[in-house]
Design a binder for this molecule. Structure first.
Ligand code: AMP
Ligand code: TRP
Length: 344
């Protein structure tokens, strides 16, 4: 039997290069390696923590299913599904909740960052992380219990591997802790999952290389379904460092280093090779080449995605069929869990 591998992406907006290089590209490579039983899903329940409008959420779910298929995931080799269609994940979340001290949840980096961001957007006030632990106003219960739902997503399928970007490592460690805690109390039930990171597990923002590229800060994003001209424009406008050398130096040249990592991950050429290739060239030349390389890389994807979006019913059907398969596995596991804890 092949080891199980699972990952999800939230339908909270268009996918950017960080999502692609940190996660999605790896999903495709791992699927195509043939070494795993792959499960990939649209994390629509997690997206609820952003309080989306119903019509936006619906459109984002369809959009993400098209992204999954256009980029190369397929329902023959992977189980592709929609998180909310597996009711058992909610049961498991409920079962895991009482094993989790609230203090652990409000210490999560992702939680604190989200709340800080919301307060800053609303009031312009910058608060410290410590202060967040005392503030409940801008939060919601969904955001607090986010890591428990994510742990349930993973543990429900006995997944051994979870390909994610670096920002999810803390959540994954949390899932491992919960699995261990549960196993200790009720006997061996869950697998402790391991993260699989890419070499670009933290792509930085194009307008600030100190911040990670993030859907909630669209100004610094490069979206993978952007039109070629938009991509050119965004790369042209990306901040650079002082000097004019194309050199990888994360500390002194964080912006160029970020662009070099992106170029390298997309082209498969090593950073050293790229440094040689662009020796003596200026930033502007490098950026033009980079934009071209990005456009070439996503050309096929763009065409396929446009075609898929014209057939939303087919997309829905594909994911409904995957959800049915995922549910079969989930049903078995939740029964085992309920037996272990004395519910049945
Ligand atoms: P999300 O959009 O938050 O659901 O993220 C989907 C996947 O993309 C997760 O595995 C994240 O860890 C990954 N990801 C998000 N932003 C970045 C980034 N800037 N660099 C690398 N990976 C990222
Ligand atoms: N929290 C993840 C993110 O923001 C998405 C996610 C939800 C996930 N459940 C998961 C990723 C389970 C891996 C496994 O990127």
């Amino acid at each position: 039997m092949k080891p199980i591998l699972i990952s999800g992406i939230q339908p909270t907006g268009r996918l950017h290069l960080g999502n692609y290089l940190g996660a999605l590209k790896n999903f495709v490579d791992l699927q195509n390696s043939g070494k795993y039983d792959c499960y990939f899903f649209v994390a629509d329940l997690h997206a609820l923590t952003e309080n989306p409008e119903a019509k936006n959420l619906r459109a984002n779910v369809i959009n993400l299913t098209a992204d999954f298929l256009a980029i190369g995931l397929n329902s023959k080799e992977s189980i592709l599904f929609q998180q909310s269609q597996i009711g058992q994940v909610q049961e498991l979340k409920l079962i895991l909740g009482p094993l989790t001290p609230i203090s652990e949840l409000i210490r999560m980096t992702a939680f604190k960052e989200k709340v800080l961001q919301r307060i800053e957007q609303k009031t312009g006030e910058k608060l410290t992380e410590e202060k967040i632990e005392n503030i409940a106003e801008e939060s919601n219960f969904g955001l607090v219990e986010y890591p428990i739902l994510m742990a349930a997503d993973i543990l429900l399928y006995d997944a051994q591997f979870v390909p994610v970007g670096e920002d999810q490592l803390q959540h994954l460690e949390f899932a491992r802790t919960l699995a261990r805690k549960f196993n200790k109390k009720f006997g061996k039930t869950f697998v402790e999952p391991k993260a699989l990171l890419t070499s670009t597990s933290r792509v930085m923002s194009l307008d600030n290389p100190q911040k990670k590229m993030s859907k909630s800060l669209p100004a610094g994003c490069l979206f993978i379904d952007d039109e070629p001209n938009t991509i050119k424009e965004r790369i042209k406008r990306a901040v650079t460092d002082s000097g004019n050398e194309i050199k990888y130096d994360k500390k002194n040249k964080p912006a160029i280093s970020n662009l070099l990592s992106i170029y390298s991950a997309l082209s498969g050429e090593s950073v050293t090779r790229l440094e040689k290739k662009f020796a003596g060239k200026n930033y502007s030349y490098f950026k033009t080449e980079l934009a071209e390389s990005i456009n070439k890389h996503f050309k096929d994807f763009r065409v396929k995605k446009t075609a898929l979006l014209k057939k939303p019913a087919t997309l829905k059907k594909t994911f409904a069929a995957g959800s049915k398969k995922a549910r079969l596995r989930a049903e078995k596991k939740i029964k085992e869990v309920k037996k272990k804890i004395g519910l049945i």
